[in-house]
Design a protein around this ligand. Structure first.
Ligand SMILES: Cc1cc2nc3c(=O)[nH]c(=O)nc-3n(C[C@H](O)[C@H](O)[C@H](O)COP(=O)(O)OP(=O)(O)OC[C@H]3O[C@@H](n4cnc5c(N)ncnc54)[C@H](O)[C@@H]3O)c2cc1C
Length: 469
């Protein structure tokens, strides 16, 4: 039996929620421990999520440019070819560098790192178990933070085999380019990884149960995205429900239904990207009397406190958008609350991004959501086809849409589809965080020529005052 080690804060899980909480805890003077069951720190985001997917998107965008766009600029590079092993090595190098960064941060902040499964044994006790189930360490604290994140949802009739029927964990690491691939789900992960493999030459069929791709975005954005991504070779099957699969000598046959019609897709790989579920298995919730909600998430109050005093939860394991920056903000707010400070997350202004080409981003309400809430609003739209920098940079696809309260002019939401939309959304978030109006945004000086001028013009358009359209 191991000795019991005492801490001021124990964090279970080292994703963007967990490791940020550990650092903030250390900054606030807590003697902090973090427990991670995987060999590397960084969680989904760093190891199999945000970072590797963005590295692949960047590499394949370069390949796509070399294959399709370079000639127009007078850049002759012949017909480029892909070395998939090198492409993956480049991705791994990026991930490794950031893993070392997180490790270094744990060291410099004097956070004690434990590798193993964190299991709640009692209200103030966490055991660290090794792969054989033996207890390697017993930690005690009056403050325990669960940040165990999420994993891909499996469809019962399409069980993951890690080879042909895969989750994003494998789809970021194929060692050959699949000839034919089905992507089930047209949300962020399906669209991003579908784009990666389509750019490398796979025939990609994206099957979506709902009537739109990127369904959480404004309808206008979804429609534009669908049109643009179709041109890039993604085949969309909307209002279509996947129902079964069977092995075939030539690969897999995936069966789907659209209205009453059956469609069969002959493919080599199926990526199931239908969402993620909270990680609570093996965590020992029963031992402390914690129950999950109907979606398997850990319920918390406004201060991230669970029903058990001293046990908190943040990130993907609780309700809300499953996003790394949401987990990070909750981490800081939660730990500051533990220290008696006034940490707070403004859930009305959490940006959401899909890193396709063009990218899609949004913050706040869509027009549909404003309508549903009965808010009287005005909207303004500006197309990148009328933006100088966009024309000079082959970035004319897409638009910015701004919506504001008709009476107060307060910004309610911004939707962008454009190259660099992930960066452009930041200024909308800032304006909204400070309660800015469409006029504030419209009268803010934006450098020329920049894509961000489209944001200003869309804000001006809410009052019918856009200059360039
Ligand atoms: C392919 C993909 C792309 C994504 N892209 C983006 C993006 O571009 N932007 C964005 O904002 N979000 C993105 N996400 C979502 C993002 O990764 C998550 O929202 C984020 O990682 C959640 O952070 P977290 O700290 O709550 O959990 P996680 O990052 O999931 O970390 C939880 C950690 O806890 C560990 N753990 C679980 N149980 C235990 C236990 N009992 N004991 C010890 N350790 C345990 C896990 O091993 C894991 O390391 C993406 C996800 C995927 C899959």
């Amino acid at each position: 039996m191991s000795d019991t080690l005492a801490f001021d804060l124990i964090v279970i899980g080292s994703g963007p929620g967990g490791y940020v909480a550990a650092i903030r805890g250390a900054q606030l003077g807590f003697k902090t421990a973090i427990i991670e069951k995987e060999p590397n720190l960084g969680g989904t985001c760093l190891n199999v999520g945000c970072i590797p997917s963005k590295a692949l998107l960047h590499s394949t965008e370069q390949f796509h440019f070399a294959s399709h766009g370079a000639g127009e600029h007078g850049i002759e590079c012949g017909k480029p070819s892909i070395d998939i092993a090198q492409l993956m090595r480049k991705k791994t190098k990026t991930v490794d560098q950031l893993r070392m960064g997180v490790q270094h941060l744990m060291k410099t902040n004097k956070v004690s790192v434990f590798h193993g499964l964190g299991v709640l044994a009692a209200e103030q006790t966490v055991q660290v178990k090794n792969a054989d189930g033996a207890t390697e360490a017993t930690l005690q604290s009056s403050k325990i933070l669960i940040a165990t994140g999420s994993s891909s949802i499996e469809l019962p009739f399409l069980p993951f085999d890690g080879e042909k029927i895969v989750s994003s964990d494998q789809a970021i690491a194929f060692d050959t380019i699949p000839e034919r691939m089905a992507v089930v789900g047209a949300g962020a992960i399906g669209l991003e990884l579908g784009s990666v493999w389509a750019r490398l030459g796979s025939q990609v069929d994206v099957i979506e149960f709902l009537p739109a791709i990127a369904p959480s975005f404004d309808k206008d954005v979804s429609k534009t995205a669908e049109r643009l991504f179709k041109k890039q070779g993604l085949n969309f099957h909307l209002n279509t429900k996947v129902t079964a699969y069977k092995n075939d000598p030539d690969g897999l046959i995936l069966t789907a239904e659209k209205k009453d019609q059956q469609i069969d897709f002959a493919v080599d790989k199926i990526l199931v990207a239908v969402g993620r579920k909270a990680n609570t298995t093996g965590l020992g919730l029963d031992a402390v009397g914690l129950a999950c909600d109907d979606k398997g998430r850990i319920p918390v109050d406004a201060h991230y406190q669970t029903s058990v005093p001293g046990i908190y939860a943040i990130g993907d394991v609780i309700a809300g958008p499953m996003l790394a920056h949401k987990a990070e903000e909750e981490a800081v707010a939660c730990v500051e609350r533990m220290a008696g400070q006034a940490g707070h997350v403004n859930y009305d202004v959490i940006p959401n991004v899909i890193y396709t080409d063009p990218e899609i981003s949004s913050v706040g309400l869509t027009e549909a959501a404003a309508k549903e809430k009965g808010i009287d609003y005005v909207s303004g739209k500006f197309n990148f086809s009328a933006n100088g920098r966009a024309i000079a940079s082959d970035a004319t696809d897409g638009f910015v849409k701004v919506i504001a309260c008709k009476e107060s002019d307060k910004l309610l939401g911004v939707q962008i589809i454009a190259k660099g939309a992930s960066e452009l959304i930041a200024s909308a978030v800032t304006h909204m965080e400070y309660g800015g109006s469409a006029e504030d945004l419209a009268r803010t000086v934006h450098a020329h020529p920049t894509l961000s001028e489209a944001m200003k013009e869309a804000a001006m358009a809410t009052a019918g005052q856009a200059i360039h359209s």
